[in-house]
Design a protein around this ligand. Sequence first.
Ligand code: C5P
Length: 314
Amino acid sequence: MRSYTLLAPAKINLYLEILGDRPDGYHELIMILQSIELADQIEVRANGTEKIRLFCPHPDVPLDESNLAYRAAKLMTENFPKVYANLGGMDITLDKRIPIAAGLAGGSTDAAAVLVGLDLLWQLGLTQPELQTLAAQLGSDVPFCIAGGTAIATGRGEKLDPIKDLDNLWIVLAKYRNIAVSTPWAYQTYRQQFKTNYLQENSDIQSRTSEIHSGPLVSAIVHKNPQKIGQLLYNDLEKVVLPEYESVAKLRNILAEAGGLGTMMSGSGPTVFTLCQSEAEAKQIRHQAESEIGDPTLDFWVTQLTNKGIQVVL
Ligand code: C5P
């Protein structure tokens, strides 16, 4: 039976600013999202039954509806009931390489890969905007994961404005294996502590969004100025996550002192990254931080930025 194998890259946030509350309970955000080469591999295969079956050997990955990849498949069966009735269910196999609950959109990118994989398997011929509309029903980061690259994301994070790709830089990622941060917790805690600073008027949100669009970080990306990009990394969620997780705050300091262009926590954390000019610099920073901290539960990855989203490999 026909199958597709896809690569689903992780993302980092070069910028994350929380602007205000939304009527749907989410936050109005302005982010700059960037795909990286660290990727999960996903196989989608017609299974000749009516079932959606998820397989993943990783002990922490749920195999039921609580997994966004499962919900992506379910969404496709609901949106294309006739095709589903004709072609049946599917086996989805996840080879997890992106750490879980890490602020790297691992679950979102798997879901994006399932949408793309089923579009191919069922020969639906959906356009990228059509796939992204489906993706937005699954999570705020899923639409970005479809196309990948470098993009400004606004609204809940689902409104995308691609900017010139940044695929020539390297990063070191570091994450404590036993620390996972809940994204809802991070945003709720931020709301409790900073709600008084939230912008109330739509017009204020619009003007802050335009300010970032035409601001120094976007300009540094467009003009490929790595030093400036490194200096202008920003993430509001650091204000709640770092005080709660002392070891992550310490890791951030050690990485920042080890060199590179700039260091920041990605998304709701707890992964911290340092942007680097070269692979050699990234490896040197990794080595220095690894020996300084000396904790066997601290994982590192050295990887490159990429201009690619979901890719078909087989
Ligand atoms: O959209 P997603 O399911 O990835 O979001 C996870 C959680 O993060 C939401 O339940 C919400 O608590 C928080 N969130 C938010 N505002 C956003 C995106 C996420 O408050 N724009």
